[in-house]
Design a protein. Structure first.
Length: 237
């Protein structure tokens, strides 16, 4: 429709203006049409870039390259026709402080949407939940300044840290998601716990360290997170 209108404009200009001006106007319209086609083709060829900012769970620790969270999520999205490129910005061992320190240049690399999956290492080290909250707040604020929609993925603290720590830690993600209007997955590892509680073989879903998921475990995580990522894509302008 737009091309048809541009073509009509070119012909109308050529007919209504004096010969020389009409030719020049017609050439200008032709150049405009060419520019439109180039931009339209470029836009169609460029998938949405989703940057996954995380730790070893995002990076794919202990797994073959194709079995990590990012490659499996990429395949899950492609199977559903989503035109998206998932960028692996996971750093093994990273904390929320590390994520806050690198979020600006991570976004500057060209992100249309952001997945934030940090906090596991804060919890494993018993760091103050308030520090994790402040760091995640910085990450979300950076995404807001860049006008990048966010999917925030949390992690649940175990009961052995005590009820006060667990309550303070687990509350971080839903509260920040509500405050910043981010999409939320409350617990990255919830699908694994649910499967194990239902009788699945723990050794099939977890690596020997008992911390990181196996390829099959990642598949369950992707199936749980995938629909939220589709919602994230819908928020990209």
């Amino acid at each position: 429709m737009v091309l048809w209108l541009l073509s009509r404009l070119r012909r109308a200009l050529a007919r209504s203006l004096p010969y020389g001006a009409g030719v020049r106007a017609g050439k200008a319209a032709a150049a405009l049409i060419a520019l439109f086609l180039a931009l339209a083709g470029h836009a169609a060829a460029e998938p949405v870039r989703i940057v996954a900012l995380g730790d070893s769970l995002t990076q794919g620790y202990g797994l073959a390259p194709e079995d990590g969270f990012v490659p499996q999520l990429q395949a899950w999205l492609a199977a559903r026709g989503a035109e998206a490129e998932v960028i692996n910005a996971g750093v093994s061992g990273d904390t929320t402080a590390g994520g806050a320190a690198r979020v600006e240049w991570t976004l500057a690399g060209g992100a249309d949407a952001l997945i934030v999956a940090l906090g596991g290492n804060d919890m494993l080290r018993g760091l103050d939940p308030e520090n994790a909250r402040e760091n995640l707040e910085k990450i979300l604020a950076a995404a807001e300044r860049a006008a990048v929609p966010v999917l925030l993925i949390g992690i649940a603290a175990p009961v052995n840290y005590g009820p006060d720590y667990k309550d303070a830690f687990d509350a971080i993600w839903p509260e920040l998601a509500a405050r910043h209007g981010a999409l939320l997955v409350p617990d990255f590892l919830a699908p694994l716990r649910a499967a194990i509680a239902a009788g699945a073989d723990r050794a099939r879903l977890m690596q020997p360290d008992g911390i990181h998921p196996s390829a099959e475990g990642v598949r369950l995580m992707v199936e749980a997170v995938g629909p939220r990522v589709l919602e994230l894509l819908a928020r990209v302008e």
